[in-house]
Ligand binder design. Structure first.
Ligand code: C2E
Ligand code: MG
Ligand code: MG
Length: 761
């Protein structure tokens, strides 16, 4: 059982027992019995506070203070009842009572201090209004009539009536606790109940007693006892601990309740004060001073609200203009600066210049080291940029990993470019993070303000952005300066990108196929599927242009799935129509994005099932890029594909890193030697020896070797001599539409274009 449940099981006994004792006090006619019940309840505080101390809910000083309060209260009640006319004993008892009240106040003050949440001054003023209002009401209705009838000295009057002002102070502190927006625990509620009962007890007492007679009436006694009961429940609750510790600020509490209470506390005493006639000078003075104090606190409340409002506005404005992670100006603020420079640009010779900085492959850092490390990188870079740029420049963060440096007065293009180079070099320095050193690079686009063409800050920013993309295209980690041709390129690219989204549904895409020949026999043993795009207006867009765009935008997933099914259906048709041999295969190009898609094997499986093509007739052509950048992902994906029974070819071999180790590490069954080497195989000795090595090595690993881009008979012959098994290229056939395949295959069969054939060209 947890602490809280343990409490809930037992602690209700205390309020319940004290409630019984209170009932006894209320209905018993024997004053002695009432007295005994009261004293018994009050001195219970000692064992209960001790238990609380033992559990660590209260500390030693709080324990001592509470024990003192209980004992002193019990003793005072006893002395008041039994001391008769012994004035000294009575005064001592009253002083002890005052000390108790001060101790209770001190304890609540500590709690109030620990629970100061937001808008503390507002809470203070509201609590002040409630306390002063209650005091004025109490003075007019309770204290003043009693003071009137009191026949002792002023000193005695003070001691006898000291509780009411102190009661208002207690109320003030309690209101601070309840109005503040720290978390309200059970102990807070029990404590508030305790104070409320004690306050009701004092009011009942004030109403039933007059003049110097201070014996508690039965109802006052009962209420005080209930106050003790609640205090005991608070002391035994684990959340009591939270009262002596600084509390976190909780959710915003609606202020409506606070305002209603404060308004009631303001209106009620003022109505009573105006409806009743003051009794003598003292009453008049007290009323005047109290009303003046109330007015002051209300004014302070208004001032505090206005201030709070203003600082909230400033904060809002600030946060609307700064990036919350790095504290740098955000996009909006940056544009304001650029626009200001645009307005003033005619005044000086200097060209305001904008540097658009985008971190290269920042996603990798987030993915591998986690987002906190990513945030750390972004903050460190923000700091570093601030240290490098000239004082007059502004550094802003406008999105995820995009920063902008704006130099309002760059003297020349050379200066701008050397600043860009400096930024590049400094960013390349290792960043020391909590997780260790991290290296990042950036691509920087530079655009200089031209008052003739840059009519808005957005345009200058867009130009710098365009130049940054150019820098990415150039291989990243470099700088590019904007010029108009880039703009045209970007506009064209955007047009292609948009048109590509609709290309499939507009039936603008078509699959062409290029036959693959077995060199030993001259038979057509397979086809490579190549996508073609003819736009509505008749223009053809080359795959070399649109495939990378489809890859970047993600459209390739949809296009690739379509291409796969289309090509497999085509192969099924050709086999069924006897156009090609039943063992002819279909090679389909797969882009890295498709390979990284966890859904891809399912797409392949579905296409095979729908086209009823055996899995071993499908070759998937992939390039080495993804195997180098994300080897684990590539391996996992290839293994899943292999388990379906399809085969995998490494396309364009020889163009990139072409690490031979890839051939061993990944489940590959075919290597396609890139056109670049095939081109020189007949007349360039270097190319020939390279192709020889590739073929020898590939064959020794049991891989099927295919040469791409064979254009001449000499190339075909040399490839045959070097042991290359298969070839494709314009010599054999261009990629052609499906309906032309029957004729092409027939012609190829007739020609028997094998390495054994006589020379044709
Ligand atoms: P790739 O897979 O290496 O395809 C071979 C490319 O070389 C094709 O270009 C083909 O038309 C061309 N080619 C074939 N024989 C010769 C020749 O003898 N001489 C010359 N000069 N070129 C020859 P294409 O069709 O323009 O495709 C370019 C690239 O676009 C392909 O290279 C492939 O990476 C990609 N691609 C094409 N279709 C698809 C597709 O459906 N999906 C994906 N993901 N990529 C595709
Ligand atoms: Mg290919
Ligand atoms: Mg290729």
């Amino acid at each position: 059982m947890g602490e809280t449940q343990r409490f809930q099981a037992k602690a209700w006994w205390f309020p319940a027992l004290t409630a019984c004792a209170a009932l006894l006090a209320l209905f018993s006619h024997s004053f002695d019995l009432q007295l005994v019940a009261y004293v018994a309840v009050a001195i219970q505080i000692v064992p209960i506070a001790y238990t609380s101390l033992g559990r660590g809910y209260v500390n030693t000083s709080l324990f001592r203070a509470m024990a003192f309060v209980g004992i002193a209260d019990a003793a005072t009640i006893f002395v008041r009842a039994k001391s008769g006319s012994n004035a000294a004993a009575r005064i001592a008892a009253e002083i002890a009572m005052l000390v108790c009240a001060l101790l209770v106040m001190g304890a609540i003050a500590i709690v109030a201090r620990n629970r100061r949440g937001r808008d503390f001054w507002g809470v203070l003023a509201d609590a002040g209004i409630v306390a002063l209002g209650s005091w004025l009401l109490g003075w007019i209705l309770l204290v003043q009539p009693r003071v009137d009838k009191f026949d002792g000295s002023t000193w005695q009057a003070l001691v006898h009536n000291g509780y009411e002002p102190l009661g208002s102070v207690v109320l003030f502190l309690l209101m601070i606790v309840l109005f503040s927006d720290t978390v309200r625990t059970q102990a807070v509620w029990w404590l508030s109940g305790s104070i409320a009962f004690a306050a009701a007890g004092s009011i009942a007492n004030a109403l039933t007693t007059t003049g110097s007679s201070r014996n508690l009436g039965p109802s006052a006694m009962a209420l005080n006892m209930l106050g003790y009961g609640c205090a005991y429940a608070a002391m035994l609750h684990p959340s009591m601990r939270s009262l002596t510790e600084r509390q976190p600020v909780g959710p915003h509490r609606p202020v409506a309740g606070r305002i209603i209470i404060a308004a009631a506390a303001l209106i009620a005493p003022i109505m009573v004060a105006t409806a009743t006639v003051p009794h003598g000078r003292l009453d008049l003075v007290v009323r005047m001073v109290s009303v003046a104090a109330l007015a002051l606190v209300v004014t302070a409340r208004v001032v505090s609200a206005v201030r709070e409002n203003r600082s909230a506005q400033v904060e809002l404005l600030q946060s609307a203009h700064t990036d919350s992670l790095t504290g740098l100006p955000n996009r909006g603020r940056l544009l304001e600066h650029v626009n200001a420079a645009l307005r003033d640009s005619w005044k000086s010779e200097a060209h305001p210049t904008l540097f658009f900085i985008d971190l290269d492959r920042f996603k990798n850092i987030n993915d591998s080291l986690g987002h906190p490390a990513g945030d750390e990188v972004l903050c460190t870079i923000a700091l570093r940029l601030g240290q490098i740029v000239p004082q007059r420049a502004i550094v802003a963060r406008i999105a995820g990993d995009e920063y902008v440096v704006f130099d309002p007065a760059s003297p020349s293009v050379d200066d701008a470019m050397s600043l860009a180079e400096l930024l590049l070099n400094e960013l390349h320095e290792p960043l020391s993070l909590n997780a260790g050193d991290v290296f990042v690079t950036a691509s920087i686009g530079v655009a200089r303000l031209d008052p003739q063409s840059h009519r808005s800050a957005e345009l200058l920013l867009r130009h710098a952005d365009t130049a940054m993309y150019q820098a990415k295209d150039l291989g990243r980690n470099c700088v590019a300066l904007f010029d108009e041709s880039m703009h045209a390129k970007v506009t064209h690219r955007l047009a292609v990108e948009t048109a590509l989204f609709r290309a499939l549904e507009r039936h603008e895409l078509q699959m062409f196929h290029q036959p693959i020949l077995e060199l030993a026999t001259g038979d057509v043993v397979g086809f490579e599927a190549l996508m073609r795009w003819q736009q509505g207006d008749g223009t053809n867009v080359s795959p070399a242009e649109f495939i990378p765009i489809a890859e970047e935008t993600g459209t390739i997933i949809e296009l690739g799935a379509w291409a796969l099914l289309e090509s497999l259906n085509q192969l099924r048709g050709w086999i069924d129509d006897g156009i090609c041999s039943p063992s002819a295969s279909m090679s389909v190009n797969v882009s890295p994005r498709q390979l990284a898609d966890p859904n891809f094997p399912a797409i392949v499986d579905e296409a095979l099932r729908r086209s009823k093509v055996p899995a071993d007739l499908l070759w998937l052509e992939i390039t080495e890029g993804i195997m180098i950048s994300e080897p684990e992902l590539a391996l996992a994906s290839l293994q899943r594909l292999r388990s379906l029974g399809v085969r995998v070819a490494l396309d364009d071999f020889g163009t990139g890193y072409s690490s031979l180790s890839l051939l061993q590490k990944f489940p590959l069954q075919r290597v396609k030697i890139d056109r670049a080497f095939v081109n020189g195989v007949a007349d360039n000795a270097n190319d020939r020896s390279l192709v020889r090595t590739i073929i020898a090595m590939g064959s020794s690993l049991g891989l099927d070797m295919v040469a791409e881009g064979v254009e001449t008979m000499q190339q075909l012959r040399v490839l045959g001599e070097l042991g290359c098994a298969k070839a494709q290229g314009y010599l054999i056939s261009h990629p052609i539409p499906a309906d032309a395949m029957r004729g092409t295959v027939k012609a190829l069969e007739r020609l028997k274009l094998s390495t054994a054939a006589p020379e044709l060209d």
